[in-house]
Design a protein around this ligand. Structure first.
Ligand SMILES: [Zn+2]
Length: 222
């Protein structure tokens, strides 16, 4: 039994040694519980971005950074559930990790581009935005280049549900009634002013059922 006592003693010494490590030697990105965030030591730009998103009245949770290999990653990202509007908030469905700067651009577009266009052109406030997701580790279709989705810097938006119960989808609405066509083209135009790349049904058949909204300054609008 003596070896066991000795082992216990050395283990306790080791643990005591751990406690003696100065606070400033703790790795910078150690994750630990903190009020409202799983990430206690976010980078300053991420903190600013999260604060800005909070001010929009959106409901979201910060996500820990993830590196999946092959250049795919989610950094300073959030899980966005609701976006703040003029009164109340809109639900956003099916989003995974979303890069925080993209979440802010999306929140502004949803409120000032989509909800106000819905009120003006369709006579009802927006209730919900349906998406086909955000993060996906894949290439741009037909190329060897990684998609912005591989960094959670793109959202595919598929439909809009209004408070009066109507559902306007990109697939059926793009060539539907005059008011739905006008609504979808208006929000496509307003997206082009906010996002770096916007691709819709007029770009190619792969985008017949959604608007691809991508973070950046590329100003590519189709
Ligand atoms: Zn996309």
């Amino acid at each position: 039994m003596r070896w066991r006592t000795a082992l216990l003693g050395s283990l306790m010494l080791t643990l005591a040694g751990c406690g003696a490590v100065p606070e400033n030697r703790v790795p910078e990105r150690v994750q630990r519980p903190a009020s409202g965030s799983p990430i206690a030591t976010m980078r300053p730009e991420a903190q600013l971005c999260h604060a800005e998103l909070g001010r929009t009245g959106s409901s979201f949770a910060p996500l820990p950074d993830q590196f999946y290999g092959a250049g795919c990653m989610t950094v300073d990202s959030v899980k966005l559930d609701r976006v703040g509007g003029d009164s109340g908030a809109f639900e956003v469905t099916n989003l995974g990790a979303l890069a925080c700067p993209l979440a802010n651009t999306f929140a502004a577009w949803a409120r000032f581009g989509v909800d106000r266009a819905a009120r003006q052109l369709l006579g009802s406030p927006l209730a919900r935005i349906e998406t086909m997701g955000s993060y996906a580790c894949r290439n741009v279709s037909g190329t060897g280049r990684l998609s912005a989705h591989s960094r959670a810097e793109a959202i595919d938006v598929s439909a809009f549900i209004l408070e009066d119960g109507r559902r306007v989808s990109v697939l059926s609405g793009w060539n539907a009634s005059r008011e739905e066509r006008e609504f979808l083209r208006t929000i496509h135009r307003s997206a082009c002013k906010r996002f770096g790349t916007v691709l819709g049904p007029d770009y190619n058949a792969a985008h017949a059922n959604h608007l691809h909204l991508e973070h950046g300054s590329g100003q590519f609008c189709r």
